[in-house]
Ligand binder design. Structure first.
Ligand SMILES: [Mg+2]
Length: 193
């Protein structure tokens, strides 16, 4: 009989957690630069970008990084229609190649340490985690999860060791209230709060 012992799982958010920027934003910008999306696509998110850069607004009133990213998602959805998939893939590969090394040390090294990991890029992170565990004979016992914004709370709740990495204010407050680990990486220092 084969060994059906379930594997431990580790879940990492990517943008802002492993990657020191947003692959989503880099991809949309590259699609515009390559002429696959029209220049007007930038108008969808330029106001939100300027407000975020100027640190206007607050968590309560909006204009947060999250809002800026949401507008970039909206631009991507709007201008993707009618674009050839091969064109998007070609640009995505260029973006990945260019930014390959632009990662945080903490999560990069943690990934190395955790030999068996499972990554997925999807909006409903909680659902994908549950499905991945069911279908792939994984166990959440001894599991690790790392995320940087409140959209990661849904899956972080399911793992045994949730880590809030460079967290947004909402995630930070939630993590503190639930006694989760909080790690901040700035310059060449990794802080454990
Ligand atoms: Mg993120």
């Amino acid at each position: 009989m084969t060994d059906k012992r379930p594997l431990e799982v580790a879940v990492f958010d990517i943008d802002g957690t492993i990657f020191r920027s947003s692959l989503l934003i880099e991809l949309v910008e590259a699609l515009i630069q390559e002429g696959i999306f029209p220049k007007e696509a930038r108008k969808t998110y330029s106001d939100a970008y300027n407000r975020w850069i100027a640190r206007e607004g607050s968590v309560k009133t909006g204009f947060s990084y999250y809002e800026y990213v949401s507008k970039v998602v909206a631009a991507y959805r709007k201008y993707l229609k009618g674009v050839r998939r091969a064109d998007v893939w070609a640009v995505a590969e260029k973006v990945l190649g260019f930014h390959r090394a632009r990662v945080y040390r903490y999560t990069r090294d943690l990934l190395k340490k955790l030999r068996r990991t499972y990554e997925d890029i999807i909006l409903n992170k909680e659902e994908i985690l549950k499905r991945a565990v069911e279908k792939n004979n994984l166990t959440l016992k001894g599991s690790v999860g790392v995320g940087d914004t409140e959209s990661d709370i849904a899956f972080l709740k399911y793992v045994e060791r949730p880590i809030a990495f460079n967290p947004s204010l909402k995630l930070f407050k939630y993590a503190k209230a639930h006694k989760w680990e909080v790690v901040v990486e700035r310059k060449d220092v990794i802080y454990r709060l």
